[in-house]
Design a protein around this ligand. Sequence first.
Ligand SMILES: Nc1nc2c(ncn2[C@@H]2O[C@H](COP(=O)(O)OP(=O)(O)O)[C@@H](O)[C@H]2O)c(=O)[nH]1
Ligand SMILES: [Mg+2]
Length: 224
Amino acid sequence: MTAQPRLIEVRANILKENDVLARQLRERFQHAGVTVVSFVSSPGSGKTTFLEKLTARLGARHRIAALVGDLATANDATRLQRACPQVRQITTGTVCHLDAKMIAAALAGWDIEELDYLFIENVGNLVCPSSYDLGEQMRVVLLSATEGEDKPLKYPTIFNTADVAMITKIDLADAAEFDREAARGNILSVRPGMRILEVSAKRGTGMDEAEALFESLGVAAGRV
Ligand SMILES: Nc1nc2c(ncn2[C@@H]2O[C@H](COP(=O)(O)OP(=O)(O)O)[C@@H](O)[C@H]2O)c(=O)[nH]1
Ligand SMILES: [Mg+2]
């Protein structure tokens, strides 16, 4: 029998280590009563814009914090700070995703027992983040109206590892000749029954429904 290439072995070990750490994080979050939601998408799909608007709404009634990941710069943390003062930027250098170890390190010094919600913006990428559990309770994958309807078919794994899909920049759908029904069909063909939201963070379209979803998540968990 041919031996497994070493690279595959190392990768399997890294993922296993991440899963163990993510499980510990999930237990810690549950124990602390904090609802943790992560957001994944390609760069520029509108994660930070959506989070700016969502945290402004939820922040009026709940204690919220955010972690944001990028290869470089603290731009997103600076943007989010206005609506969500408790925010930390994770800069990954050359790494194309966040992992459970980075989340655990970024939480150092925070009393998560004091939080109702923790939002995590992953590094913009439709590939790498799918393999890394962050201990979150819900993962939301964003697809903007300017990216094309076929992305769920090309990047099925990220849609399969997410719980909810959010079509963003819906205000640009007509200009981009974005076929909403085709996009929904593609999402559902990859992940039958997946909940799909349509939003425009700029115009406010769909934001009530999005806010209600996160409210219900906290209430269902008995946390807020
Ligand atoms: N028209 C429109 N533009 C948006 C919307 N949401 C975000 N954008 C724009 O899309 C660009 C990327 O948004 P950003 O939130 O930084 O995306 P991220 O990289 O996924 O965090 C920015 O120029 C935003 O102003 C939206 O709902 N409608
Ligand atoms: Mg961003």
